[in-house]
Structures are given as structure tokens and as C-alpha cells.
Design a protein around this ligand. Structure first.
Ligand SMILES: Cc1ncc(COP(=O)(O)O)c(C=O)c1O
Length: 426
């Protein structure tokens, strides 16, 4: 007879067939069996309030009925075509209407791929080579993006350090690394190097907010030095606001990348910019030498497109973003209040739509300061939250629109227990 496996059995099987026992993404000791609304269940039937939400895409929660309906309607009509299709064209149109820097967009399958093309596009457009990136900034898995993403040791700026084996040293020579939120450092680098094609930045770097004037300063410096400004909006797009971080912070980049929410939970991402920049994807206009070859089997996938379109339609409804921010604020307040009452040093870092707590008394400004001074406290807090039915990534908390007042109440209870666990460490 068919026997359901326990979570422990799945974990053992994963260890046999997957290196490091997992997909490389999240704690391999949790095997998710299903998600519904604001909750997920593991293979042992434990229920969690989900603040991981697929690492961002499931902003509406799992299995939103209207998204499901759109997907079910599409499935019998075709799952992938490779060829142009109306669903993908409609999604491109919706993105271009929503996002200030996008007059045109090209679809890819993952956010990291979109970032790779954004960098290549900036090089093609400017004819320059070097890319300025911020320490700790995450832009996927390309060789350039793996530079100084999570360096264990502090090296002198602007030296780039790869965070992965298998990357030729020649890539590091094309990269300049600066501290996030340090406009003077960026200004010096642009003054010293006349071959910088672009600055690539997460406008909200991981969960570190830009200091007032930082993004506008980057914009001005790029204009002054004829470099392009790339906003990696894979996380912030359609999250910080319908028009992304560029709408929320009021600074328009030259190129942006999008992913996660625009695929409604399916694999889809995009790179977008003005027609003038995007013409490098059109060989008939720019000629073979200036052309960026770009294709992908699943690009503009119709199932992902209808899921993304429906998600965006729901997000456009009155009050969506106010509601998301209300949930976020409530989750922030309950944690800050419990930690403050217990006398535990902490910093709340981020935006209401994406944030976390650092166990430190140092304000988080850049990769080196956004750290736990007491990693033991962070570990105890995280473990106790999990034990009390709250699932979140280690250094992020993603609120979703599927949350209910009951979820918030339950989370507040789990937070109190987690704070007790931290206090007991002494
Ligand atoms: C800011 C940012 N850029 C790029 C990526 C890469 O996206 P993907 O995982 O779809 O390749 C991520 C993924 O979390 C991200 O957070």
C-alpha cells in the first residue's frame, strides 16, 4: 500500500539525491507540502504563517482564487510556445505602463538572468566595460553578480572578491565595489575611472534602506559621467509600490530588472528600459556588432504571463498597498515593542513591505553594519518563531496581502515566545 513519507524520510532522500540535501535556497530541514493563503504546511502536517512567501513572489498569498482561475483557463490552451503570444505581450504592456523607466521590456526566466542582460545591455549602450556594484548587493548568480556579494572578510574598496568558485579573476578586474549609502565613495570611483558602463544597485539593498538623497545622488553622478543607472527591482518591483522602488523613492533609473511578483509564482523575469537603450536587442536597428543576442525557451511563457497579469490587476485595486503597509507596520511594531520591553538591543531595518530585525545597537547603513552583533540571539529568535508556527527567511520578513488579523495575533504570540528565548540566553 502507498505510504506517505514523513518529513524525516524526505530529508533523508533529499540528502541522497541533492547536494547539501537541498535546492540551495532555504533550510533543507523543512519540506513544504502545501501552501494556502497566508499559510504553508510541512510534510509532517505542521502549519506555519508564511513570511517567506516563495522568497517574494506570492505577495497575494498561496493559491489566490483569481490567479488560479486565470491559470486554469490558460492551461488547456497551451503551457509554452516559445513563439510570441498575446498573454506575454499583454504582460509587457502592463509592465511598461506601470514602471517609469520601461518603454520596452524583454522577458527571461529568472531575476539573475535579467540582471546579467542588464549589465550586458549597459556595456553595449555605453561602449564601456566596468560595472560598479555595492558590497552585499544581490543580483543573481552571474560571474559579475557574485562579486563581493557576501564577503567573509573585509577587503579594501573597490577591490572585488568572488563569492563563488569557478569565476575567472579577469571578471573581478571589470568590477568596482563600493559601500552602499556612501555617495562620496561612488563619486570618487566615477571620477577616477572613465570606463564605467553602469552602476547596478538594489534600491533597497537586501533590507537596508537608501539614505535620503543616495539614489538621487547616484542618478546625478551617472548623468555626469555618462554611465547608466541600473535598479535591480527583482524584489522591490510591484512590492514597494505598484511602480516599484523607482515610484516609491522618486528616482528613475535607465534600466531596471523585474522578477518574482510579475510571474505570479511562475518562472518569469524581465529587463526593461527606454526604446533607445532596448534597441540593442533589435539587430535590424543596431546591426550585428551592437546587437545583444537574447532568447530563452520559456521567455514570455503564457501561464506565467496570465498569473502575473492577474496578480498585477489585483494589486491595482484600491487600497492594496496601504493594506500591505498596514500589515508590515503592525509586524514591525509588535517586534520592536516586545524587544524594547525586554531591554534587548536591536535595530529594525527595511521598509514596511520587507524588513527584519538585527540584534545590534549599530544602525544598518551598509553590508558591514547590517549585521547581528549577537548571532546567538538571532538564531534563538528565529528558531523560537519557527517552533511557534512562524516561517521566515533568516534575514528577511515578507508580509503578504493574504494575512489576517488572526495571523497577526498568532505572530505576536510567537514573537513574545521568541523574545523570551532571547532573554533566557542572558
Ligand atoms: C535583488 C535580487 N536580484 C536578483 C535576484 C535573482 O532572482 P532569481 O532568483 O529569480 O534569479 C534576487 C533573488 O532573490 C534578488 O533578490
Amino acid at each position: 500500500m502507498y505510504k506517505l513519507k514523513t518529513q524525516a524520510e524526505w530529508i533523508a532522500q533529499a540528502k541522497a539525491v541533492l547536494p547539501a540535501g537541498g535546492f540551495g535556497n532555504f533550510d533543507p530541514e523543512v519540506i513544504i507540502a502545501k501552501g494556502e493563503g497566508s499559510h504553508v504546511w510541512d510534510e509532517d502536517g505542521n502549519k506555519y504563517i508564511d513570511y517567506l512567501i516563495g522568497s517574494g513572489p506570492m505577495l497575494l498569498g498561496h493559491g489566490h482564487p483569481e490567479v488560479l482561475e486565470a491559470v486554469y483557463e490558460q492551461l488547456p490552451k497551451g503551457m509554452t510556445f516559445f513563439a510570441n503570444n498575446s498573454q506575454g505581450i499583454a504582460l509587457a504592456d502592463a509592465i511598461c505602463q506601470a514602471v517609469a523607466c520601461c518603454q520596452q521590456t524583454r522577458f527571461v526566466t529568472s531575476g539573475g538572468e535579467a540582471d546579467m542582460y542588464a549589465i550586458r545591455l549597459a556595456r553595449a549602450f555605453t561602449g564601456k566595460t566596468k560595472i560598479l556594484k555595492f558590497e552585499g548587493g544581490y543580483h543573481g548568480m552571474s560571474a559579475e553578480a557574485q562579486m563581493s556579494l557576501a564577503p567573509a572578510k573585509a577587503v579594501n574598496f573597490p577591490h572585488a572578491v568572488p563569492d563563488s568558485a569557478g569565476i575567472p579573476t579577469s571578471v573581478a578586474e571589470q568590477m568596482l565595489i563600493a559601500p552602499f549609502n556612501d555617495l562620496d565613495a561612488v563619486a570618487s570611483l566615477l571620477a577616477e575611472h572613465d570606463d564605467i558602463a553602469a552602476i547596478i544597485v538594489e534600491p533597497l539593498q537586501r533590507i537596508i534602506p537608501p539614505q535620503p538623497g543616495f539614489l538621487a545622488g547616484l542618478r546625478a553622478l551617472c548623468d555626469k559621467h555618462q554611465a547608466l543607472l541600473i535598479f535591480d527591482e527583482v524584489v522591490t518591483g510591484f512590492r514597494l509600490a505598484y511602480g516599484g522602488a523607482q515610484e516609491h523613492y522618486g528616482v528613475t533609473p535607465d534600466i531596471c530588472t523585474l522578477g518574482k511578483i510579475i510571474g505570479g509564482g511562475f518562472p518569469l523575469a524581465a529587463v526593461g528600459a527606454s526604446e533607445d537603450i532596448m534597441r540593442h536587442f533589435d539587430k535590424a536597428i543596431v546591426g550585428a556588432d551592437q546587437w545583444l543576442m537574447q532568447l530563452g525557451t520559456l521567455s514570455g511563457n503564457p501561464v506565467a504571463s496570465v498569473a502575473g497579469l492577474k496578480t498585477m490587476e489585483i494589486l491595482r485595486r484600491e487600497g492594496s498597498y496601504q493594506q500591505l503597509r498596514r500589515f508590515g507596520k503592525s509586524l514591525q511594531d509588535m517586534q520592536v515593542s516586545a524587544l524594547t520591553k525586554a531591554g534587548i538591543a536591536h535595530q529594525l531595518c527595511g521598509d514596511e513591505t520587507l524588513f527584519d530585525i538585527f540584534f545590534t545597537d549599530v544602525p544598518c547603513l551598509d553590508y558591514r553594519s547590517a549585521n547581528h552583533k549577537r548571532p546567538d540571539q538571532a538564531a534563538a529568535y528565529q528558531a523560537a518563531l519557527r517552533q511557534h508556527g512562524v516561517l521566515k527567511p533568516p534575514s528577511k520578513l515578507y508580509p503578504s496581502l493574504a494575512l489576517t488579523d488572526q495571523d497577526l495575533e498568532h505572530t505576536s504570540h510567537a514573537v513574545d515566545k521568541a523574545v523570551d528565548a532571547v532573554v533566557s540566553l542572558g
